[in-house]
Ligand binder design. Structure first.
Ligand code: OXD
Ligand code: MN
Length: 589
């Protein structure tokens, strides 16, 4: 008798009609075979899916060049298909589930012809964790199969775990013919199902990541009393050897990965990495908030990554273990067969190809690597991996930080007065857009909790859920806002960032431990200048004052914009957030 899983796979195969079906077991040998198939048989735009790289310098690493139209998340083609539009909210594109399925059925008819369907069984979360979820994704491209094995706990044991149950998360993915006109990422939250066609890009095609672990999981969290968030999880060890766990929300390409594995510039501090993108939070019996990272890999932005900005990532990328490392849409040095990107430590070689495979040199006047070129690498390679990473309970979080890319206004660091004020800070957060999604780069958009593209339901309800989570915790984390990106009149960053950010984290930890007092302002609690440790860096008191300043006139403009944004959620915006808004607004007058 076929199991529900086997029946489901069979049904998808009847529609998509692959030549072969390969049930993956997650083994190392299988990963090698899949990559080999990508090098020798499968093609994108007439080119192999994978190229081998210099194994001595980049062990077990492979290069992938995507279809040129397929380089980032396509938010305008991403839909959340609740039965009611109102449930999806103004923050999501919506289509009725039946209509969406009809459309995708038409597009997917026979789409895997001539190809292999890979059946990928995987867990999001440690298999021993009661918060983990069993999932199965189908895909028709080796790149996605190989990437999913790096990013998730893929194993045939998941098939045994699912057994005869219908309770597993389903993902159906096909690259189709990469036609942007037939590209859709559709979510069916009530069925734990994601259907993605026309793209091989990580955020559109690795369905355990944004699609399940954020969009669908946020909906599950809303119904079941937990949170799925777009956050780093890190432990900061202080000179006494005590570790404080912190979760940090920042929009895409704002340096979350660098932060998660930072080499602190202050003596005696050490950062331990638990995750760079996704956190699932549950309230523990002790009334604290516990976080797990459901993933086991990094899908990070390559440009700007170097021994200066992120030495631990450079070591991670050059480490050899059970999992291969993939580079996507970087440039390629043809003499040494090494990946290259803007901001890496070495100069480009003489014989370079850009991310599209064209001859390139410094005079070409274009970027060699795509600004959203990526690496996919195992977290187990990281020298900073926390010893708590595989703890099925997760880690207790003492501080939540909301950040964004704001060249003006938002101070270097601010502490919320309490949980609800912290939720207000998260909800009003905005950031200047980057290349991680297809839209105009560098414009300010409100991005509450860095979840605007990832919240799988109405954000008004999501804010209510955050408020109610606070009321259920005896010991909620303190909430902060940070901004590393303030610029001066010449457009130069004022704060040095990277490993120097530990100076801000130190203040945050000192506040969590009640070691320092703060300065109350209308927008929150700010540090006294003397409490930011500046030993060993060259930043003037005047500059520090500037980035810890509260400019009331500018805040009034900001609040007007926040009001417009809040109004878009109508009655669903919680009264608590309007109360917090009014408090700040009144003081700013
Ligand atoms: C990511 C993103 O890739 O947020 O993590 O876009
Ligand atoms: Mn992300």
């Amino acid at each position: 008798m076929a199991t529900p899983l086997e029946k489901w796979v069979e049904k998808q195969a009847e529609l998509t009609r692959p030549d072969r079906i390969h049930w993956c077991d997650g083994s190392e040998e299988e990963a090698r075979l899949i990559i080999q198939k990508g090098m020798e048989e499968e093609k994108i735009n007439g080119n192999p899916v994978f190229y081998p790289l210099n194994n001595e310098k980049w062990p077990n690493a492979y290069f992938h060049r995507s279809h040129p139209t397929d380089v980032a998340r396509t938010e305008h083609l991403t839909y959340v298909c609740h039965p009611e539009k109102e449930t999806a909210g103004p923050n999501n594109n919506w289509m009725h589930p039946e209509e969406a399925k009809k459309l995708l059925t038409r597009i997917s008819d026979g789409c895997m012809r001539g190809r292999t369907m890979y059946v990928l069984p995987y867990m999001m979360g440690h298999p021993d964790s009661r918060f983990a979820k069993a999932c199965v994704q189908l895909t028709d491209i080796s790149y996605v199969a190989a990437s999913m094995r790096i990013m998730t706990r893929m194993s045939k044991k998941v098939i045994e775990k699912i057994g005869n149950s219908e309770d597993f998360v389903k993902g159906l993915h096909s690259v189709g013919d990469f036609d942007p006109e037939k590209r859709f990422i559709m979510h069916f939250p009530d069925e734990n199902f994601v259907w993605s066609v026309g793209s091989g890009y990580g955020g559109n095609a690795l369905l355990g990541k944004k699609c399940f672990s954020l969009r669908i999981a946020s909906w599950l969290g809303y119904k079941e009393g937990w949170l799925a968030e777009h956050m780093v999880i890190m432990g900061v060890e202080d000179p006494d050897g005590e570790i404080t766990y912190i979760a940090v929300a920042m929009p895409s390409a704002c340096g979350k990965t660098n932060l998660a594995m930072m080499e602190p510039a202050l003596a005696g501090y050490k950062v331990w990495t638990l995750g760079d993108d996704i956190a699932w939070f549950h309230i523990g019996d002790d009334g604290r908030l516990y976080a797990i990272n459901p993933e086991i890999g990094f899908f990070g932005v390559a440009p700007g990554t170097s021994m200066r900005s992120n030495p631990n990532m450079m070591k991670t990328l050059r480490c050899n273990n059970f999992y291969p490392t993939l580079f996507t849409n970087t440039a390629l040095n043809l003499d040494s067969m090494e990946p290259w990107w803007e901001g890496i430590d070495e100069q480009p070689g003489k014989n370079m190809l850009d991310w599209q495979g064209n001859k390139w040199n410094l005079k070409s006047g274009t970027k060699a690597a795509h600004p959203n070129s990526r690496f996919t690498v195992s977290i187990y390679n990281a020298p900073t991996l926390s010893k708590e990473f595989d703890n099925p309970q997760g880690v207790p979080v003492s501080a939540i930080i909301f950040g964004g890319r704001r060249t003006q206004l938002i101070p270097l660091v601010t502490e919320a007065f309490d949980w609800n004020h912290g939720v207000f800070i998260g909800a009003r957060s905005g950031s200047e857009t980057t290349a991680a999604a297809i839209h105009q780069v560098g414009v300010l958009r409100r991005d509450p909790m860095a979840m605007l593209p990832f919240c799988g339901y109405n954000m008004g309800d999501y804010f209510n859920h955050w408020i109610s989570m606070g009321s259920k915790m005896k010991n909620p984390p303190k909430i902060f806002s940070v901004n590393w990106f303030r610029t001066d009149e010449n457009g130069k960053f004022i704060w040095p960032g990277f490993g120097e950010n530990i100076r801000v984290l130190k203040w945050i930890i000192d506040r969590v431990k009640n070691r320092v007092s703060g300065r109350e302002t209308s927008v929150g609690i700010l540090p006294h200048l003397k409490d930011i440790d500046l030993t060993g860096i060259d930043i003037s008191d005047e500059d520090l004052r500037k980035i810890l300043d509260v400019n009331i006139k500018e805040w009034k403009e900001e609040l007007e914009d926040v009001k417009k944004f809040f109004n878009s959620f109508g009655k669903r915006l919680p009264a608590e957030l309007w109360r917090e808004y009014d408090k700040v607004y009144r003081q700013a007058l």
